[in-house]
Every structure is written in C-alpha cells, then in structure tokens.
Design a protein around this ligand. Sequence first.
Ligand code: ZN
Length: 449
Amino acid sequence: MSSLLIKNALAVVTVDDDDRIVENGNILIKDGVIDYIGTEECSAQQVIDASGCFVYPGLVNTHNHLYQTFTRNLPQVQKMELFPWLVTLYEIWRGLDEDSIFLSSLTGLGELLRYGCTTAADHHYVFPQSGSEFFIDRQFEAADLLGIRFHATRGSMSLGKKDGGLPPDDLVQDVDTILKDSQRLVEKYHDPKPFAMHQVALAPCSPFSVSEDLMRETAVLARSLGVRMHTHLCETKDEENFTLEKCGLRPLAYMEKCGWTGPDVWYAHGIHFNDDELLLLADTGTGVAHCPVSNMKLSSGVCRIPDILRLGVKVGLAVDGAASNDCQNLMAEIRSAYLLHRLIYGAQAPTGYELLKMATRGSASLLGRDDIGQLAPGKAGDLFLIDVSGLEAVGARLDPGCFLGTVGFSKPAKSVVVAGKEVVRDGVLLGINESETAVLAEQAHRKLL
Ligand SMILES: [Zn+2]
C-alpha cells in the first residue's frame, strides 16, 4: 500500500457536500484515495508539508483543443471572430502530424497541471487525410507521462466546403471512418470504473462542420458503447444563422432532433440559449462547459451563468483551445470568469467560491464523475497546494474559498497530486524534463507554422 500525507495546511478547501474548510488540516491518501481529512495527527510513507498553503481539490477542465497550443498569439488572426478565425487556422492545422500532437499535448497538459488541473478533457477534431490515425493515442501517451487524468473526446468533421460546411474538403472524414475509429478508441482506452485515469467520449465538432447523419449516428454509437457525447453549441450568432438557414431550426432544436440532449451530453460555450432552451437543458440534464476567456477573445458573447445556476443547468469551467485563450490556466480562468460576470451581472454574479465549485464539482459532473472534484474520504486523491505565505497574499487570506476568483493567484502550484502521487513539486513537472521538452516543442511548433 502507498500512502501520502498533506500536513498542516493553512486551510483545506474541501468543496465537499457541506462546503467545509478545515484550518490546520491534514489529508491522508492511501492507494490514491482519500482516507482522512481533519486536524488529527497522521503518518504516511511520504509527507508534503503544507504550512503556509491553501489546498484545493484538483481542477477539472471540460473543453480544450491541445493542438492549438502551437497556434496561439498568431499575428494573422488577432482581429478575427470565430468563422474567419477558423477558416484562416484550418490552413495551418492541416499540417498537424503525430509529433506536433504529442508535443502540443505535453505543453498544454503540462501548463494545466502546473496550475492545479488534475483531470483534463480534450476535443481533437482535426484529422488530416494521412498520418492522423494515432493522434489520440499520442495524446494518451503524453497524459500518462505527466500523470494527469485524461478524457479524450474523439472529435470529427464530415461537412466540407463543397457540401456547405466551413472546413476545407481535405480535412473532413467520411462517417464510416469516424465511427470505426471512435469505437476503436473506446475499446482501447475507455475505463468506466471509479478512479479511471483514461476515458473517451465522442465529439463531432459543431453543427457547421458535421453532417446530420454523423450527429445522429454518433449519438447511437456513443449510447451503445456507454460513453458520453460532446460538441460546440451556441457559441456564436453565425452558428445560429447557419442552422436556421440550413434546416430552419435554432441550434438546440437541431441537436435535440439529432438525439443530442440528455445527462450524457455536454456542450462547449452555450452562450446564445434563450429562456426555453435553458429550461430544456435543465430538464434533460444536458450540461454546459463555460469558456469565458475564449468567449471574450473571440467576441462571441457572455454565457448566462446566473440564469444557468438559478435554473440548475449542469455547468463546468474550461479554458477552450489555446488559439482562443491563449494559454491553458484554469486557475486564471476562475479569476477571469469572476470579473466578467461581476461586470455584466453585478450582484447576481457568482462568487469566487461558486466559480471554484464550477471548476471542480460542476466540471466533474459534466464528465459523469463523482469520484473527483472534491476532497472527502472515499474520493480520489487529486489536489493542489498554493503557497500563500508570501507578500502577494498578505491581507487576502480571510476567505480561502473565494481566493482564486476574488484575488487570483498567478504562480504555479507549489504541489499537485493526482491519484495520491505528486506530479508537480515547487511548480515543476516531475514526469518530464521541462526544458528539454520546451526545446523540442518549440521546434515542432516552428515546423507546423
Ligand atoms: Zn472549442
């Protein structure tokens, strides 16, 4: 048996059912699972001294495109909104190969992990016609090296330009190829058991890059395999105009017709839902991944978070791809979300703590997991420590639950633990050599451009 003790934390923010905050707290993890949280003395094989630290449950990211780590801060798209931004970037993304997928995944997942994210979902949907067969296998390889829990979603595009879609014709695949590879990945990687390190969901890219056939057949396949379903929805008014013109339906009505509502479905963005549509989401248990920074960067709009919380729609937090963020830092996302909603909604805006809860419990629920997202006995030993003993936190330690949203913390975590194993120490990844990886990743990024 392996055991790890997190000792003497200034505060443990558990985000458990009672919203407990334990001062001078100890956490004992045995074989990757939390055994005890409280103030009693404990002993273990390995001890992490948490003096001067706040401890939080590992953050859970629910929407991302890791390959975009290699197309951030690009001069040619700085002033664009979603559709022209995509059309310009497809021309670069068609050059993706296995190395760029592997190294961009290490880079993006590495940043997520260093800033407290212990479970990451990715949505990879660009599969050039040759050489892309093992892209998602390479992503799992990168996640395993780092020690992060990884939910791959097998993305897809089947509606090329010649058929009225947005992507170039050579970046789309036929329905059979997509479904066959989706099944292969589920059979190879999906682990439905508690404390899984690997899961797979199926994720056609969006209504404007996927045929109706593929939407419907993906839903049938996902449900027959018992995996979840994910796509982009209600991100822009351009998308709404597209579905209205193409089939006379608003985006959610179109997705409902394709079988895409239910507790096994989560949408990225969810900005332009009307009142009735939010009620439908709440009634069906369909979830939303909120991506505030991406939505601000691409001028897409503001997700109606106060209404979503009031109506009980399932909601989690996400960084989205690095080409529209342009980094991968979920701690920073909590702070941005806090400020955005304060600006738009005033007193109705969520507190820093409610946003922490969204990035942990909320995100975990989108991924269908109740074993992560909180610190409690019987839950996964996934957590991170931030050192608040320095000058930058003086006078700001009164409310550890709200701290990340209200004050914000710009340094990497002091320590990150996944399944009871330390994977980041003093802000540095333990699974890879960061400086060697940075050199290789920079070379692959240059080659892609
Ligand atoms: Zn996205």
